[in-house]
Design a protein around this ligand. Structure first.
Ligand code: ZN
Length: 280
């Protein structure tokens, strides 16, 4: 199955009234676990790499991306590559050449006018390179240093403003604030499903939910039914990965890291297969 574009996966999901999950990749073994889980579930998947993860890889975009392209090419399900939460222009300029087909331009924490200006500028350059663009309006809190931001919980995306934003920026997908928050390690977020439906009716492009790890399974399914198309999941995989790794390391005195990493990769695959079944 070849590497496909994120736009294709999102538009396929939208036309069948379902969702497509995008999972955060930190290292290659994360990605291997994600693709294994997707194959088990028989569903397409988006591999997404955040700007923070690029920083973790010494600021280099290409080495991990090259591995993900190769992994996608051999996968038994369609796989696309998405560059997530990009704040620096130097990074999104490298996206297309590295194999990414979509970029999230992260202006969600900016004042409205500034978010429009930054996003519209980036969108025009990214479209020239054939990349799809996701932007955020409303600000989904909880991301790293922004965890204590004044924007944090309670912020909601206004449907009318969202429609204006999409019109003014020309983006292909919109991340909305509807009750979720990044980095939640328990599934306890409450989503405003009526707001999701109102946003779906007001906005012409597919909606994206960030911070989905904190959402209970049945609510996640209901969010897709209400109009969310792309479901971003990161923390749930980190919880699975780190938990399995910690347990496996504690159970052995051997120095070979492969058995513990296999346990971690398997935990990621199990979590992915389950969540893909939820998102449908
Ligand atoms: Zn996010």
């Amino acid at each position: 199955m070849p590497l496909v574009t994120t736009a294709t996966l999102v538009s396929d999901a939208r036309s069948r009234g379902g969702g497509v999950a995008a999972f955060n990749v930190v290292t290659l073994d994360h990605a291997e676990g994600i693709v294994t889980g997707a194959q088990r579930s028989g569903r397409p998947v988006i591999l997404q790499v955040s700007e923070n993860t690029v920083k973790f890889h010494a600021g280099r975009v290409r080495p991990l991306a090259a591995a993900l392209v190769a992994l996608a090419a051999e996968a038994a399900v369609p796989v696309s590559l998405h560059l997530d939460h990009v704040e620096t222009a130097e990074l999104w300029r490298e996206a297309a050449g590295a194999g990414y087909s979509s970029v999230m331009v992260d202006g969600g924490s900016l004042p409205y006018e500034q978010n429009v200006a930054v996003t519209a500028g980036a969108r025009s350059r990214l479209h020239e390179q054939g990349l799809a663009v996701e932007a955020e309006l409303g600000y989904v809190g909880g991301k790293d240093s922004q965890a204590t931001s004044a924007h944090a919980p309670g912020v909601r995306t206004d449907p009318q403003q969202a429609a204006e934003f999409v019109g003014a920026t020309g983006v292909d997908a919109l991340a909305v604030a509807v009750g979720s928050s990044h980095a939640m390690t328990t599934q306890s977020a409450e989503l405003d499903l009526d707001l999701i439906a109102a946003l779906r009716d007001a906005v012409p492009v597919p909606l994206v939910l960030h911070g989905s790890s904190g959402v209970p399974d049945h609510t996640l399914r209901a969010a897709v039914d209400a109009g969310i198309v792309k479901v971003n999941i990161g923390t749930a995989l980190n919880v699975a990965y780190t938990g399995a790794l910690r347990e496996a390391l504690a159970a052995t005195a051997k120095s070979d890291p492969r058995q513990p990493l296999i346990a971690a990769r398997n935990a990621v695959a199990d979590t992915v297969a389950h969540l893909l079944d939820v998102v449908g």
